[in-house]
Unconditional design. Structure first.
Length: 324
């Protein structure tokens, strides 16, 4: 029996969510009095994979083939399922990221396993039943799900569980499994990344803005604030629909769901669809001149004021504090 953790990487570099998943898997392995094993797919160096040892992973299964360098949903799911069977894994852990959301249900189907997507804390275990808390109703509620299936698949929300060091030595083991032509029915031919920006799903701080900025020509102050904070930039759906900002920056129920440590909303009223994509943020700061804006009801901190007056002063104060 073991706990298997799927480890994501971006162009050979382990993502922050990978270390969170590794720590989460290690915690669960402790509950079950077993070991946590990882599986990584793609062109990742041994030195990079050995970083997982800092988070309690003593064994890493590594799959490195030319046709698997880019994410292939069906093939990756088949490999993780095969690894789970080989290692007699009772629990499979993934990050609830874009790729994790595609993999988790496929892996669960292949293993005839129970599935909980969007876990927010380490589950409790009574020797048979696993009780897992997760977000529900577009992050407006928390549900507790009981899993009795012999095999269980859990995906943990990014930033919901902090990576915790538990140093050990990670041994890297080559792994392979038989894949069929059907596993490569859909292929990723090319990936274009905005390499000069912090990826939204990975960002610990997000600065977002809406129609209150009045036009794309005013977006410089949003980017200036983000630069000072080391944050990613985002926007509301109407802004991306209007072409002010790229759709890759749209956060919300129909865009990217984020859960940073700090989310700053500038000139966004707080429609329910937007709140559904950001409500799991640990701290929400709202800047809006309308004191009745719905966003204030869920904000941890709010500033009622004109963004064109507040944001420049905030940038100046932060620069003074940092000595920039």
């Amino acid at each position: 029996m073991s706990v298997l953790v799927y480890i994501e990487n971006t162009e050979g570099i382990l993502k922050k969510s990978a270390f969170e998943a590794a720590s989460y898997g290690k915690e669960i392995a402790g509950l079950l009095n077993t070991e946590a094993i990882a599986i990584a797919i793609g062109d990742v160096s041994a030195s990079e994979l050995q970083k997982l040892g800092n988070y309690g992973i003593a064994k890493v299964l590594h799959v490195n083939k030319d046709n698997l360098k880019n994410f292939v949903n069906q093939a990756y799911a088949a490999l993780v399922a095969a690894a789970a069977k080989q290692e007699n894994a009772e629990i499979v852990v993934l990050s609830n990221t874009f790729s994790g959301k595609g993999l988790a249900p496929r892996i669960a189907a292949k293993l005839n396993a129970g599935l909980v997507a969007g876990a927010t804390a380490v589950p409790s275990f009574d020797g048979h039943t696993l009780k897992v808390t997760k977000t529900a109703f577009s992050n407006k509620a928390i549900a507790t799900v009981s899993l009795d299936a012999p095999v269980k698949v859990l995906s943990i929300n990014p930033n919901a569980f902090s990576a915790k060091e538990a140093p050990t030595t990670a041994t890297i083991v080559d792994f392979t499994a038989d894949l069929t032509e059907a596993d490569f029915g859909t292929l990723v031919k090319d990936i274009v990344r905005a390499t000069d920006k912090i990826a939204l799903p990975e960002a610990e701080i997000v600065v977002s803005a809406g129609r209150g900025l009045k036009g794309p020509e005013n977006w410089a102050m949003v980017e200036d604030l983000a630069e000072v904070l080391g944050a990613a930039t985002a926007c509301s759906k109407p802004v991306s629909d209007a072409g002010w900002r790229p759709h890759a920056e749209h956060v919300g129920q129909t865009g990217i769901v984020v859960s940073p440590n700090l989310y700053i909303a500038i000139g966004i009223s707080g429609a329910i669809q937007h709140l559904a994509g950001v409500s799991s943020s640990k701290t929400i700061v709202v800047i809006n001149k309308d004191p009745e804006a719905p966003f204030f009801k869920v904000a941890d901190y709010g500033i009622v004021g004109d963004a064109f007056e507040v944001v420049p002063k905030l940038i100046e104060a932060l620069k003074n504090h940092k000595g920039i």
